[in-house]
Design a binder for this molecule. Sequence first.
Ligand code: ATP
Ligand code: MG
Length: 572
Amino acid sequence: MTSTPSESGKSRSNDREPADFIRQIINEDNRTGKHGGRVHTRFPPEPNGYLHIGHAKSICLNFGIAAEYGGLCNLRFDDTNPIKEEQEYIDSIKTDVRWLGFDWGDREFYASDYFDQLYQWALKLIGDGNAYVCDLTAAEIREHRGTLTRPGKESPYRGRTVEENLALFERMRAGEFADGSRTLRAKIDMAHPNLNMRDPVMYRILQSPHHRTGNRWPICPTYDWAHGQSDSIERITHSICTLEFENHRPLYDWFLRELGVFAPQQIEFARLNLTYTVMSKRKLLRLVQDRHVRGWNDPRMPTLGGLRRRGYTPEAIRAFCARIGVAKTESTIDVQLLEHCVREHLNRVAPRVMAVLRPLKVTLTNYPEGQVEQLDAVNNPEDPAAGTRKVPFSKVLYIERDDFMEAPPKKFFRLAPGREVRLRYAYFIRCEEVVKDPASGEVTELRCTYDPATRGGDAPDGRKVKATLHWVSAQHAVPAEVRLYDHLFTRPDPDDVPEGLDFTANLNPASLEVLDCCQVEPSLADKGPEYRCQFERLGYFCVDPDSKPGRLVFNRTVTLKDPWAKIQKAKT
Ligand code: ATP
Ligand code: MG
């Protein structure tokens, strides 16, 4: 897909009411002809971790805007920090962006592609008296920087001549100095009210090999020095980023002005925060390293790899991003809205199947031995085109253990001794006898009769039953492991912890429940990873890559209950 239409199906072109303040700015720029009607955005991940649902917001925004305005969106890896970056992250980021449904064409760029140009520009700033080589250590620079209420102190090296600076910078570039011994700094204003303008560092000395440029650059540009210029080189018209860069904007503008080059417009928006979720890469890394989860793509992780494995669809994530919109103020979105969007999409597209998570054996005493019937089952009541399938029925079945109670309370309408219920797509059955393990007293089998006249699920005499149960035929069913998930944290704000503890104190010890004796209908036998379906009455599930021939593994994506929809209904 080169252009992804907005999820509403309506294109938000210039003549329509803009959906948010960013599109409003772009409309205005198009009206005044600021960039000749050109719209060019970029998504600029740092390849030091896996993408998460927060990044999805930025991806949908940048690629979405480009598509809506007939523009372009670049994928640019901000690879200015060689120490934390790896090829593995680059590959996974590309996989995830593609999976979300976006395409950067041949515009895959790297900040490291621009190291030569950045170096030339640094020489220009030095030549103009706008940058100098400083011998202060990192700690001393911090010390000299001052605070919001106290002006900074000028570096004793600030007065170096242009010639001296050029010579030293060239020697830094030649690898003559030790790591951290010198920096190149912009010469702006140590008393500036914005701390970012107090002679920020442009280059550090760092001899570690870079994943793309190898040992060619013993000096390393800072993010602040590389970012705005990378945008300029790519002629990005609207450089969309999160709010924490708002007070870096004067610095980016200063660099572009002093260099006299094309100046993209930076626009900041509030990052996505979700309840019951941590999003910072540092915290996600902690969860993986300390083995609180099984890896980056553990289905409980908010990473795109985790959500994919959990069974989330790109459509649902895009719909979620469209729904939350963009704003200038920080807020936290209820994770139930994300789950609601997943249900909404899966309800439309996921085939219904029958699976029993905690099996209880049912023998139909009056059903002919050896007989098998193929019954018609509807694949998706929401989608008539999905058709029907055959489900085998026989004398021995499994039903859900929870669907039987020996001594049912008043509101329990499912199976109980002497009671009749419907088996979905099949027959009415009546429980005649309860078989128990003599030692433990546990119910091991129900002996039931079926009424042959109720085939298909209705009684010709009009008698009613109060429950319809799902089931599988014991001899045909496929064994499966099913993994049920709950929120990874017990509190809406995982960082809400008593003094001295950190977010891991709020980890939910019951976030994963593994059921290993499940039985699923035989139509699932040949399904592979990422196959998504609804287990009737139990939720939406998908096949996990841990599946092996003869042993399927499923993840529950979401339950069927939709608390978010319920809350919205109550509000209206
Ligand atoms: P780091 O702490 O390492 O800087 P980051 O979250 O900023 O992490 P980047 O790889 O730099 O990660 O992010 C790429 C892009 O995604 C940036 O433009 C960033 O603003 C955006 N982004 C990251 N997190 C979120 C979020 N929670 N909501 C919206 N956008 C986000
Ligand atoms: Mg970042």
